[in-house]
Design a protein around this ligand. Structure first.
Ligand SMILES: [Ca+2]
Ligand SMILES: [Ca+2]
Ligand SMILES: [Ca+2]
Length: 192
């Protein structure tokens, strides 16, 4: 390959590269799972899958994520006043093993939009490694007592890559073809 062609290809490569990387824009993806509240007894499990809307595996990148789960005891005021047991919950994410059991409190009722105050929220902030596929499988298990699951929210922060437009790709292709023809012509003129 001659020097000129090499530098042309390098330039085209740089253009293609910058189209894919330099034009990435910050993005937030999320997914809410909010079924009718489920009673989870000791030893019982529920399973669900979060899928980040709009995230493209292998194209976009995620550098931060947070999962928040809303739970509450099924008895008024949790364990401390009228609670019926020491409710404890544990989680499994993408089959990586159970978390340490955590106490479930909360007022003992789902008060609609007030749930942020009266239910217990549990947050997990180190799930980035599990999100490259855009999916998070969650299992919630009753470790002791009984409590209700309200909802779960996954939020991920990252960069949305700009994929080159078809027109740009066509242009690059035409450029390469042009150079290949030029090369051939030059070679032919040398052989004469
Ligand atoms: Ca995953
Ligand atoms: Ca209970
Ligand atoms: Ca719910």
């Amino acid at each position: 390959m001659n020097k000129k062609l090499k530098s042309c290809l390098l330039a085209l490569g740089l253009i293609a590269g910058s189209a894919g990387v330099a034009q990435a824009t910050p993005a937030v993806w999320s997914d809410l799972y909010d079924p009718s509240d489920v009673l989870i007894n000791k030893g019982e499990k529920i399973h669900f899958q979060h899928e980040l809307d709009g995230y493209r595996p292998g194209i976009d990148t995620i550098y931060g994520a947070s999962l928040t789960v809303w739970l509450y005891d099924d008895n008024l005021f949790g364990d401390t006043i009228l609670g019926d047991s020491h409710e404890k919950v544990k989680f499994d994410f993408d089959g990586t093993g159970w978390t340490t059991p955590t106490e479930v409190n909360g007022i003992g009722a789902n008060l609609g939009w007030l749930d942020d105050f009266f239910e217990q929220t549990l947050s997990f902030n180190s799930l980035v490694a599990l999100l490259s596929d855009g999916l998070l499988n969650v299992t919630v298990k009753g470790h002791s007592g009984d409590f209700r699951f309200d909802k779960s929210l996954l939020v991920a922060y990252g960069n949305r890559a700009k994929v080159p437009e078809p027109a740009t790709v066509a242009l690059l292709g035409a450029g390469l073809l042009g150079m290949a023809l030029l090369q051939r012509r030059r070679r032919r003129s040398v052989s004469i």
